[in-house]
Design a protein around this ligand. Sequence first.
Ligand code: NAD
Ligand code: DAU
Length: 362
Amino acid sequence: MKILVTGGAGFIGSAVIRYLINETEHSVVNVDKLTYAGNLASLGQSAESPRYAFERLDIADADGLNATFERHRPDAVMHLAAESHVDRSIHGPADFIHTNLVGTGVLLEAARRYFEALPAARRAAFRFHHVSTDEVYGDLDGPEGLFTEETPYAPSSPYSASKAGSDHLVRAWHRTYGLPVLVTNCSNNYGPFHFPEKLIPLIILNARAGRPLPVYGDGGQVRDWLYVEDHARALVRVLEAGEVGETYNIGGHNEHRNLEVVERICALLEELAPTHPEGVARYADLITYVTDRPGHDRRYAIDAEKIERELGWRPQESFDSGLRKTVAWYLNNDDWIAGVTSGAYREWTERQYGAPPGSGTP
Ligand code: NAD
Ligand code: DAU
């Protein structure tokens, strides 16, 4: 297949592209606006493959998308482009509405227009895979219960509300227009190339630099962690074998309280980076409780039974093995970290591709 991947320069999109190029025969067209979260360096050698192409584009740009569909004539879309950070959505929801809602709507229309003009055999094989989040379900009260594909939507933040809206749009395009869609809702990802605004990379980098490790509220919130490469494998499995119109929840069976995650990172750093920053006796001494996130969801936990039973997917990493790999990766990839934290990769993309198109996202 030739797969049009949106958001392929992001954390999960780049893992999907690395997997598609390195482990399959598929071709990729990466459509990405390159916001602050998009970094082509995360693609590594896979970007040099003859099976890889890149289009810098805002998914809310209908003309640009129509031209891209015509130029590349893909067999499938994997839609990952989004504004993805809950805290940013609280400070400024406009970009989230622009990309997650308007952008998804524009992309659906471009895909429909292209799909409807395909010859019958290619139309029958076409797929639109929408990549979404467990946050659309809101949160779970107490330690029992899991999100299933039937759990009602109850999003809490501007981010999760915009993702919930995008899920509804995708399902409406299936029911109303017959677009052959697949939807996946996944739990928290972690692993290499994760932008350091998110909990796990932020804690690793702050600890190394001797900065405070900010824990929101009481640190008792629970997240269900999945190693990003396990997610990438799951997404490709759903694209190749999922049933049209179906939703698949994806999760790692790895529920942990935030404070426990931070403490585990500190313990791994004691082992893997025993030379502390000046003035720091133990990494855990840097843990600092800060004001809680408004509307903070208490617990997420995924029931991944459907994808395991129907498609035979299972995570390969445990939280212990995945977190160890992740900490080691951040200790050994100073170039990527320096590029992200200094903004050098943004300067490079602006020099290479011009200023970001669209809505004023930095
Ligand atoms: P990310 O923020 O790391 O990357 C998003 C990518 O989308 C970036 O490359 C960015 O440049 C691009 N992008 C943003 N706006 C765009 C636009 N208007 N047009 C084109 N490209 C645009 O996000 P991520 O963590 O890789 O998440 C990818 C997808 O997976 C998102 O849809 C997110 O909701 C979903 N998801 C993420 C997680 C997680 O834990 N990170 C878990 C479940 C689901
Ligand atoms: O559940 C899937 C979602 O996981 C994805 O849809 C989102 O795109 C992704 O960003 C992630 O959302 P979270 O809000 O759960 O991830 P984040 O890393 O921002 O925070 C994880 C938990 O850690 C959350 O309970 C908030 C807390 N936290 C976060 C930060 C950045 C802190 O305690 N301190 C922090 O500094």
